[in-house]
Design a protein around this ligand. Structure first.
Ligand code: 13P
Ligand code: SF4
Length: 315
């Protein structure tokens, strides 16, 4: 058993020897965020995966993110330290069921959230992330009817903001649908000056009390620029690591889940990745993400379409 300092030193050595890059999502534990070459939200991580000089991308995040990296950089080896790091939201939308949904709602443009399998992306016209969902929908002609999948909360948020004709797949994330409104009220009673910041995957009652709604990177920029000192944070608490890095003097209060025994305000999938698994994965160069060529081509089109629009809009 080697200790953490040795593991971190060995990860750094292997990364250099193998010309590898470690990309980490904001929901990873602090030690992983600290060792990563790049930490970001889903959009920024996709952009980074598409433009780097490494031979190997080690993804400290969940499977749909690593798959997106492989689709955008098929010539690179993409590693995910634990293949069980899935996503309850992506799992709520299976390709067979989604095909039926498309048939039941013909003629609509299919906008899928990046939190989907590569198969769902391949069935879509355009992909979006929580950073650009509104802009992606607004980039479509006004008369276009839309299918939005899989997150019903983000879908409703986008529908309300854009007023477009959207039918929404009934999926949710087990973390973001579980936040307690009562828990927020209690925190607000204790810290009346606190601002409530919310990810758009949260349910409507939580979004209604928000001072600010945005993707993980937007929440981070908000706390960076805003002049408050206390924030009630309704997203996975891993993001608080970066918030503290930027403004250590501020107070960040994670919102508890409705069921306080389940510990579900942490994403159990994200937290499957550990420093030890990163080390083993980099050393053995597996588990590796493998996708069919056809899926890479078909899922790549809607992802690239999103990236082009995001780039034009400076997102
Ligand atoms: P972001 O794109 O905001 O990082 O969100 C990803 C995610 O999985 C939210 O649950
Ligand atoms: Fe998926 Fe939710 Fe985890 Fe994000 S927090 S990766 S949506 S299960």
């Amino acid at each position: 058993m080697i200790d953490n300092i040795d593991i971190i030193r060995d990860i750094k050595r292997l990364r250099k020897e193998k010309n590898a890059i470690i990309l980490a999502h904001y929901y990873q534990t602090g030690d992983i965020q600290d060792i990563a070459d790049f930490v970001g939200d889903s959009l920024a991580l996709s952009q980074k995966a598409a433009s780097n000089n490494a031979d190997i991308i080690l993804f400290a995040g969940v499977k749909f993110m690593a798959e997106t990296a492989k689709i955008l950089a098929p010539e690179k080896k993409v590693l995910l330290p634990d293949m069980n790091a899935g996503c309850s939201l992506a799992d709520s939308c299976k390709a067979e069921d989604f095909k039926k949904f498309i048939d039941e709602n013909p003629g609509r443009t299919i906008v899928s959230y990046v939190n989907t399998s590569a198969e769902i992306k391949a069935l879509s016209d355009i992909v979006c992330t929580s950073s650009n969902a509104i802009q992606i929908v607004e980039s479509l002609p006004v008369n276009k009817k839309i299918i939005f999948a899989p997150d019903r909360n983000l879908g409703n948020y986008v529908l309300n903001k854009t007023g477009r004709d959207i039918v929404i797949w009934n999926g949710t994330c087990h973390v973001h649908e579980a936040f307690s409104l009562e828990g927020i009220i209690k925190l607000k009673e204790k810290y009346p000056e606190a601002k409530i910041i919310v990810h758009p995957e949260c349910e409507l009652p939580i979004r209604l009390v928000a001072d600010f709604i945005g993707s993980t990177s937007s929440l981070l920029s908000f706390t960076k620029k805003d002049d408050s000192n206390v924030y009630i944070v309704a997203t996975e608490p891993g993001i608080i690591h970066q918030m503290k890095n930027i403004n250590p003097e501020k107070i960040y209060l994670p919102v508890p889940p409705r069921d306080s025994t389940c510990g579900c305000s942490e994403c159990s999938f994200m937290k499957l990745i550990t420093i030890e698994k990163i080390y083993n994965c980099l050393k053995n160069e597996r588990p590796e993400i493998k996708l069919d060529k056809e899926i890479i081509i078909n899922a790549g089109k809607p992802i690239r379409r999103m990236m082009e629009i995001s780039e034009k809009l400076g997102l």
